[in-house]
Design a binder for this molecule. Sequence first.
Ligand code: ADE
Length: 243
Amino acid sequence: MRFDIVTLFPAIFDGYLTQSLLHKAIQRQLVEIHRHDLRDWSHDPKHHKIDDRPFGGGPGMLIQAPPTVECVEDIERASPVPARRILLTPQGRRLDQPLAEDLATSPRVLLLCGRYEGFDQRVLDILQPEEISIGDFVLNGGEVAAMIVVDAVVRLLPGVLGDELSNFDDSFSRGNRMLEFPQYTRPREYRGHRVPEVLLEGDHGRIAAWRAEASLQRTTQRRSDLLPDQANTNKHENSPDFG
Ligand code: ADE
């Protein structure tokens, strides 16, 4: 899978792409991540400016349409694989696990990161990207949101996680749209807290039943909106048990 990330701050991604799982996935050529500095498409040869004041007045600056549209067109031409265009914005569809799973089936995803007050509307009108938000809060730009998209998607690509099934039971995932059950490792007892006996007995049927029940209980307490056949009420936001 290939990601193209359009940003005014390509260096923001340096640490993230050179560590841990992402680094390994890139080295093993399971994913390619190309960063593109939008300033390289500036029409201002002297200062490489790509922003300007909004017509009609108002605070802040907007990213101009010509460099952005031309940048995306040039990047797309560099590979014959058609790209799914995504613009990171708090106004977009909320990212969730099914959307991450869907993106993981795309051979190529282009991520447009906004800054300042966002893009000139004609960027959206001409490029018609999907708009994705990572939550109902405003970040300083789309870069952190883009990293979150990359992170959520890359771990779903075949071969990226050691054990092919290890993302299957994760909270919200295909194998389990509810929250994950609690997990324990050694020691068996720590500061008076004991590992539940059933997990030590080796009876896989009982362990599976215990985990299913624990997952259901946790989801009921914290995220009842995730229970099957429940309206999406977001009750968890005020739940005293959430933590
Ligand atoms: N850019 C600024 N805030 C954002 C958000 N919440 N999601 C995605 N992109 C953003």
